[in-house]
Design a binder for this molecule. Sequence first.
Ligand code: CP
Ligand code: NVA
Length: 301
Amino acid sequence: MKHLLSIEELTREQIEKIVDLAILLKKDRKASPQVLAGQQWALIFTKSSTRTRVSFEVGIRELGGQVMFLSGADIQLGRGEPIKDTARVLSRMIHGAVIRTFAQQDVVDFAKYGTIPTINALTDDEHPCQILADLQTIKERLGGWEGKRICFLGDGDCNVARSWIWASARLGFELVIGAPKAFQPQETFMSGVPAGTVRVVDDPVEAVKGCDVLYTDVWVSMGKEAESADRIETLRPWQINDTLLKQAKPDAIVMHCLPAYRGKEITDEVMEANADIIFDEAENRLHAQKAVIVEIVQQAS
Ligand code: CP
Ligand code: NVA
């Protein structure tokens, strides 16, 4: 594994290895392998971030490396310098890049034209780091994902939902996408996914029936702000609240990639009742991403 561009590109074995290593690294942060000693990494972000930015900055330092944060708006990329030139310049100076941006193609091009490991820290198409941390959380909480039914509720065509769909395709757990017609995974996307990977349901009660995990994300992803009012209106019945939760398994857990908008995709009550799991999930970003970097660096050496 030279890069992490998507869950789609990973094999079952790679996902399992990363999750197991993340669980191990979490046990003793001070004993992190110094695989990045002498290395300089850059975070290139053209979208906002709290968790991803901080967990990568801390994680890279814990692995012995140094890290710089480059806001897309501040570097020449923001004034139109092509991503392929940015990749070739930075490859001569740094050892790895973590990129958060809009187009998946930009991350793919950076990896193609550069010569350094490239990690997708969220694009419009995928959020692989999030899903690896989520899988770690599910393994810690439920012992694993085999035989479990996971339900993603809300914008079923967003980056996080798509990465969940690929995780289900690779790992074989049961995935339900609960979303109204306008927010179901697009046909153009689904045509590339193995048949039978996911059940798409347009009734919230039906969607959560028998589920072990209820998962949600913001209704208005970064870049979709102009559609806010329509999205909130259409997605309102898909809120995770106590009434809907009663329809899932009695011991179902609730997860959220954060940031959470209470009163929209989740109520304050459900959020607080599941805070221990949800903030563990946020912490696991650090461990899962360190595992990704260790895996990449070890493969390269
Ligand atoms: N979940 C997540 O990626 O959070 P940030 O946008 O804060 O990085
Ligand atoms: N789907 C959300 C995820 C935020 C972590 C977005 O793209 O804004």
